[in-house]
Design a binder for this molecule. Sequence first.
Ligand SMILES: Nc1ncnc2c1ncn2[C@@H]1O[C@H](COP(=O)(O)OP(=O)(O)OP(=O)(O)O)[C@@H](O)[C@H]1O
Ligand SMILES: [Mg+2]
Length: 468
Amino acid sequence: MSRREEHLEVWCDQLASSPADAARLLDALATIGIETYPAPASARGSGLVLFDAVTPEVRSRIRERSAGGTERVIAVAMQRDALGGGVGWELLHTGASDALQFGDPAATADALAARLRRWQAVDHIVESPLVEANLAGESAVWRTFLRRIVEVAKFSTMPILIRGESGTGKELVARLIHTLDARPDKKELVVLDCTTVVPELSGSEFFGHERGAYTGAAGARDGAFALADGGTLFLDEVGELPLRLQAELLRVVQEGTYKRVGGNTWQRTRFRLVCATHRDLEQQMQAGRFRRDFYYRIAAWTCRLPSLRERRDDVPALVRHFLRHCFQGRSVPPLEAAVAELFVARDYPGNVRDLRHLVECIAWRHVGDGPITLYDVPEEERPDGSAEQTIAPAGEMFEQAARLALHCGMGLKEISNAAADASVRLALDIEHGNVGRAAERLGITDRGLQKRRALWRRKEPDGDATAS
Ligand SMILES: Nc1ncnc2c1ncn2[C@@H]1O[C@H](COP(=O)(O)OP(=O)(O)OP(=O)(O)O)[C@@H](O)[C@H]1O
Ligand SMILES: [Mg+2]
């Protein structure tokens, strides 16, 4: 595909003083297929902020446009040497995905285009039916996680270590990494669960054996390293691997060479290594239970799957996803409000697996064509007593906050305003900055929400609005 065909449109916030330089940069971008348009107030998606020096306005604009770092913003310094002395890092902390120094217009445009096109390719995959059919979630936390994993899976072949609590989807992500891996003629994914490796048989399990290597070894057998050749080896629960085995695996993981048990010749294998663990391997290393040299070989790139507590906003999407699975081929019945509330209010110590089991129980109990009702909720899941119980924790939380506010000398009006402001900010965050949907969630008009945001801007010193 030619570069001209990869047409892309991004917004541009022009805060720099030289319109001539900005025009030269935007022209250079246009010649390589990146069209820019002036950023509207509610601009979302990828875009550019052109600036001279980091002022409160620049900071606030980046914070707002990036919706706290969930949308990709490139900060382009139009004045010479504007990114030195840690300024670049500061911009990243503020929410920018990247900070670039403007120099030669064509070279700067090339650098910008490369990043924007990479992000476009990543988003295309994140929003693809392949990903959406397997991994449900819409929250900002989840989207940020998915973008990172998709990028490293698709555009590299490096070993990946996936960390995360039980039931957060580590195996699902390992499978996605293999699916997205772009190696030509990629072979199979081989899964080895390290919790089930029997020490006496582990050699054969990993390396394979020659005929007669053991009593009863009537024929030669391939181990996991041979089976994964050309594909991916997934070592699940790698934190459970005994120290002796970690030492034995060092060479093959690094060099791709090994000997079968009972064999003398070196075998070659090339695979992508993906490991997963629910353990804190840093702690394990400090306690001497995990080898540092092995860790550095398996963890060229690490990611941590968020727990369901960290992405509670995803509960409704996950419920819909699992219901679709349960009612395959049939229409999914709607949920009565009380059941939907139960899903959102409940804790999930076993993370997504826990939620999946609850949905499956409810779907299994459901009969007839009507909505899913309280009857379908298993007895042990029913809240004791009245509805007050589920509301109580929220009430208690407000009470605590109000007590603190009263001690700080705040009056009723200030407390109400602070609660309303916090709710508006949260709603915008949940809806990724979409004003219409946030307003709907809050039960107010778009205009009402915009007015409140304008009020924040006026309150901030130097107009430094933190409106996202
Ligand atoms: N984002 C998601 N979308 C849809 N299903 C998910 C998601 N995350 C997890 N699941 C489901 O939750 C269950 C647990 O997932 P998985 O086995 O990948 O978790 P895990 O982190 O490997 O758990 P464990 O540590 O217990 O092995 C599976 O049924 C999986 O399909
Ligand atoms: Mg697992």
